[in-house]
Design a protein around this ligand. Structure first.
Ligand code: C2E
Ligand code: CA
Ligand code: CA
Ligand code: CA
Length: 278
């Protein structure tokens, strides 16, 4: 019981239902999940808009909790970001992606690059570059098969340092994508300074791209800008034929979204790699 205000005692703390309480349990669950092997990875294809040939795939982490069932990364990634866990989780993803690429290679499949979402907190951890290099070497994967996706909001805080790490990784052949483009801040200067290989237009723009409103105008301008800067552009979250038609009309070269494929298990991806037109 906790004393609140004047002389009344509260037997039931409203904290029990609060976000704080929920995140406390989630965080405990997360720590345990790493030990209990509750994570796995699904991969979502990115394809050439017109030919539908697979270009690359994005690794998306999944958590299957024995009691809670599937927990969305939208819920646990932000929490992991607040703690050291994002680094352990990120290392887990990088290692498993490399291992998966090696397995596909051993099955005789023609592999494609995999993009991995990475937190700037992880990127900035000392030894990150060496660790990535060691993992790639261990699984015998060429660095050009790895792309890191970073969000604008995550690079904003330690710009100089992030840029330095990115430059070191680019030097060995790893590429970088700017994720969720359009949702962050001061986007234009970041495009100039960081030299991302790829720009991913956030799905909120794509979902409104056919509305003829401001978001459509923004989407068109992003495409125009990316082309002018010679960047590879990917529209994410493409769901409808109308959205697809819009992107074709405005020459967006790559698409990703449910209209092509949901994030899928490695076995499904192996089928795609054998028959690479989706
Ligand atoms: P994101 O990187 O922007 O990933 C795209 C999200 O959109 C994914 O959600 C994907 O499943 C979903 N998506 C794909 N196509 C469609 C579509 O056509 N329509 C709609 N409505 N959604 C689509 P998911 O897998 O739940 O991941 C959510 C976020 O969690 C990711 O957003 C990313 O920020 C984070 N995340 C996921 N996996 C990892 C990871 O391994 N490491 C880190 N640091 N973050 C991750
Ligand atoms: Ca992403
Ligand atoms: Ca995204
Ligand atoms: Ca997102």
């Amino acid at each position: 019981a906790k004393e609140v205000g004047r002389s009344d005692w509260q037997l039931y703390s409203p904290l029990m239902d609060s976000e704080t309480y929920k995140s406390y349990h989630l965080e405990k669950g997360l720590r345990n999940a790493l030990l209990q092997d509750e994570f796995f990875i699904e991969y979502q294809p990115k394809v050439h808009t017109n030919s539908r040939e697979i270009d690359s795939i994005e690794a998306l982490i999944r958590w299957n909790h024995p009691e809670w069932g599937r927990v969305s990364p939208e819920d646990f990634i932000p929490l992991a970001e607040e703690t050291h866990l994002i680094i352990e989780l990120g290392d887990w993803v990088i290692q498993h992606v490399c291992k998966q690429l090696q397995q596909w290679k051993n099955q005789g499949l023609q592999i494609v690059p995999v993009s991995i979402n990475v937190s700037s907190k992880h990127l900035l951890k000392s030894g990150f570059v060496e660790h990535v290099q060691q993992t790639l070497a261990h699984y015998n994967i060429d660095p050009s098969f790895i792309e890191f996706e970073v969000t604008e909001s995550s690079i904003i805080q330690y710009e100089e340092h992030v840029k330095k790490v990115m430059d070191e990784l680019k030097k060995i052949g790893v590429t970088f994508a700017l994720d969720d483009f359009g949702t962050g801040f001061s986007s234009l200067s970041h495009l100039k300074d960081f030299e991302f290989n790829t720009l991913k237009i956030d799905k909120t723009f794509i979902q409104h791209a056919t509305d003829k409103g401001k978001q459509q105008a923004i989407t068109k301008s992003i495409l125009y800008l990316a082309h002018a800067l010679n960047m590879k552009v990917i529209a994410e979250g493409v769901e409808t034929k109308e959205q697809l038609a819009f992107l074709q009309k405005h020459e967006c070269s790559f698409i990703q979204g449910y209209i092509v494929s949901q994030p899928a298990a490695p076995q499904k991806i192996a089928e795609y790699l054998k028959k690479p037109f989706l």
